[in-house]
Design a protein around this ligand. Structure first.
Ligand code: RBZ
Ligand code: NIO
Length: 335
């Protein structure tokens, strides 16, 4: 049996013998190394990708922390099901599958084809005055996520979200899990003006003062959302199944942070797609020692950035599998 070190040496040698100057494919070489190591093969498969969008509502939305009303969560889910959102369009562009999960949208359950029902409750409670969810709800959301993450036969999975006010959840979660001040993490989300941002800052500061230091699951119960908890569970499940997890922007990264704090091994499966325009995203990246692949100024969520990064993963695997070596091509090695 191949030991871990000979595998790593063989893999590096395979990359270095390709017809290119040493290291000249930069981050693509790093990606190839990550993918091949995760799949434990020198010929990894990276052909199929599925994006799951988790949708849920947030009690904290009623405090006026978003530029948009709560109903938009539900309206956007209809838009996903009709194929009209940015995530639908990009999924088509890059050849990825898309599915949508109701993790806890406010109001009555939908009865619509194409929507997976994993509803925990019709939205969380406002975390200004008490926990967003009970421990039982939190564990149910994590478990439903793990099930969804483990299932399927995709080479890579991407996770996105829809939930008005979920940048507020992501902000307080990151504050609690990294210790970075709220001020260094908070942003305008869907586009708050100065007065709106001041209000969001006040609400989140007061909400965060309710509790002291928290464990990852404790922070998730207090300040999370059902879509964030389910996403964190899905990331753990997919990582456990040895599948690449493409992490989207600000909200998805807060779920990744929760997942990694609960199960550090999950980090190995994660590829961070892009640097969100929401400033606090940098704190999350630093906390997970991650360098996002793309810088596109995105601040949408839905998994849009994750989808755009998917072709880079395919390119990395194709490089390993299809590119000629100096020997194959009869190209001279460096003098
Ligand atoms: C039309 C529309 C489509 C979206 N798609 C994703 N988001 C993004 O914005 C929300 C988070 O920002 P905040 O915390 O400021 O509410 C989430 O639903 C996120 O997915 C959207 C927001 C809107 C308005
Ligand atoms: O980066 C993101 O995922 C993001 C930022 C702002 C609003 N919604 C999503």
């Amino acid at each position: 049996m191949r030991t871990e070190t000979t595998f790593a040496t063989d893999l590096q040698r395979k990359i270095d013998m390709k017809t290119k100057p040493l290291g000249s494919l930069g981050r693509i070489e790093e990606l190839a190394t990550q993918i091949a190591s995760l799949q434990a093969t020198l010929t990894p498969r990276m052909e199929t990708c599925q994006l799951t969008i988790f949708a849920a509502d947030h009690g904290i939305a009623d405090e006026g922390v978003s530029a948009f009303p709560k109903e938009v969560t539900r309206q956007m889910v209809l838009n996903f099901l009709q194929g009209g959102a940015a995530a639908n369009v990009f999924a088509k562009t890059v050849g990825a599958e898309l599915r949508v999960v109701d993790a806890g949208i406010a109001g009555q359950p939908f009865d619509m084809e194409g929507l997976l029902d994993r509803r925990i409750a019709p939205g969380t409670q406002s975390f200004l005055s008490g926990p967003a969810m009970t421990q039982v709800q939190c564990e149910a959301a994590l478990e439903a996520g793990r099930d969804l993450g483990v299932g399927g036969d995709w080479d890579a999975v991407a996770y996105g979200e829809m939930g008005i006010a979920n940048t507020s959840s992501a902000t307080v979660l990151t504050h609690k899990l990294t210790g970075a001040p709220i001020d260094a993490i908070i942003g305008r989300g869907t586009g708050l003006d100065d007065a709106g941002l001041a209000r969001k800052r006040d609400i989140l500061t007061r909400a965060s003062a309710r509790t002291g230091e928290l464990t990852a699951i404790g922070a998730l119960c207090e300040y999370g959302g059902f879509e964030i908890a389910m996403m964190a569970g899905a990331m753990q499940g997919a990582a456990q199944a040895g599948r690449i997890v493409i992490v989207d922007g600000f909200i998805a990264s807060s779920a990744a942070l929760v997942a990694v704090r609960m199960a550090p091994e999950a980090r190995k499966a994660m590829v961070f797609a892009h640097g969100s325009a929401e400033t606090g995203h940098r704190k999350m990246m630093a906390a997970m020692d991650a360098q996002p692949l793309l810088q596109l100024g995105l601040r949408l969520g839905e998994g849009t950035g994750a989808l755009l990064a998917w072709p880079l993963l395919r390119a990395a695997a194709d490089m390993l599998n299809e590119m000629a070596s100096f020997d194959d091509a009869g190209v001279s090695e460096p003098a």
